[in-house]
Ligand binder design. Structure first.
Ligand code: BDR
Ligand code: CA
Length: 318
């Protein structure tokens, strides 16, 4: 039987690949997608999500979530100053405009009702954007902490960052939400940080392999990943030949747990007040720590297995 999952995401080029892999792989059943402010403003995220699902002919409900972080009016450095437009995540994904519409229930309403319902305890929640929706749902209905059987999230890094020297984007956008989610008492939390996603980059050669599959998902994923490779910040003269596709690694993990390597069980918290460290994930590697070990953290990943998973999902014959 296929494993049910809900994707909470801020689509985004790598979220788009995650959605297509989740919708396409026969071992998975994508129950719904919930959208959250992040890579692009919420209305763009929702439109992008609908475009992706329409492009691959997947009829999956899309629920609109939070337009801003939990307690802050904007990102720690406001979006217009950070200027995250363009680059790795264009305002709109290069796909035809959506023809389908979002579902009526909000993301938070949907998450609460779904996880209190009978399928909740069998459905993994995969969060590949800022954790605002998940934090709001847990605040609205604290019993969700026991009803969500597993949370897999892309976020954080061990001692480095991609938006500041200390912080990874998803956690930095809404650090209060991330801390609330990590301390809510969900029993099975796996964190896929930059350390793992950068260990399994996807290359131009891998894109050629996807092109040869020639399905709508394979073609779109290849285009998004090529765009990521071209626009990666640390690509001097565009000489890079690969880029991480962070969010899709969370989905690969559901089918192939061994795709994540060097997995540690640690107490994990998020810095919410530091002057230069807001959004930093603090992984407590001390063996003698008495703090609850609230998450598993993967420090590595298997690039070959990751790409094989993507190819299987896009071929639709997995
Ligand atoms: C994460 O931030 C976003 O830009 C990506 O979609 C990914 O979820 C990587 O730091
Ligand atoms: Ca994302």
């Amino acid at each position: 039987m296929a494993l049910k999952l809900i994707l909470d995401c801020d689509t985004g080029t790598d979220d788009a690949v995650a959605i297509m892999a989740a919708a396409g792989h026969s071992a998975l059943e994508l129950v719904a997608v919930t959208t959250v402010n992040g890579n692009v403003p919420l209305s763009n995220v929702t439109e992008n999500t609908l475009r992706v699902l329409d492009a691959i002919g997947a009829s999956v409900p899309v629920h609109i979530g939070a337009a801003r972080p939990l307690v802050r009016p904007d990102f720690p450095i406001p979006r217009h100053i950070l200027n995250s437009k363009g680059g790795v995540h264009p305002d709109y994904l290069d796909l035809p405009s959506s023809v389908s519409s979002p579902a009526e229930a909000s993301a938070v309403r949907f998450l609460v009702d779904y996880y209190l319902g009978s399928d909740g305890p069998q459905t993994v929640l995969v969060a590949t954007g800022p954790l605002t929706n998940v934090a709001l749902a847990l605040a609205a209905e604290p019993r969700l902490a026991e009803r969500i059987p597993r949370l897999v999230l892309m976020g954080g890094a061990r001692g480095w960052g991609n938006v500041t020297p200390a912080a990874e984007f998803n956690i930095w956008v809404d650090p209060e939400a991330a801390e609330a989610v990590l301390t809510a008492g969900i029993r099975d939390v796996t964190i896929v940080p930059l350390d793992a996603t950068h260990s399994a980059p996807v290359s131009l050669t891998d894109c050629d392999r996807f092109d040869a599959i020639d399905s709508p998902a394979a073609r779109a994923a290849s285009a998004f990943i090529r765009h990521r490779i071209e626009n990666y910040k640390d690509a001097p003269g565009n000489s890079r030949v690969d880029a991480p596709v962070h969010d899709a690694l969370c989905v690969a993990y559901l089918v192939h747990p061994e795709v994540l390597t060097d997995v540690r069980e640690w107490p994990v918290h998020v810095e919410t007040r530091g002057e230069r460290t807001i959004g930093q994930t603090v992984f407590d590697a001390r063996e003698w720590s008495t703090e609850p070990r609230n998450a598993r953290v993967a420090l590595g990943a298997d690039p070959k297995l990751f790409v094989r998973f993507l190819a299987d999902a896009f071929a639709g014959d997995s």
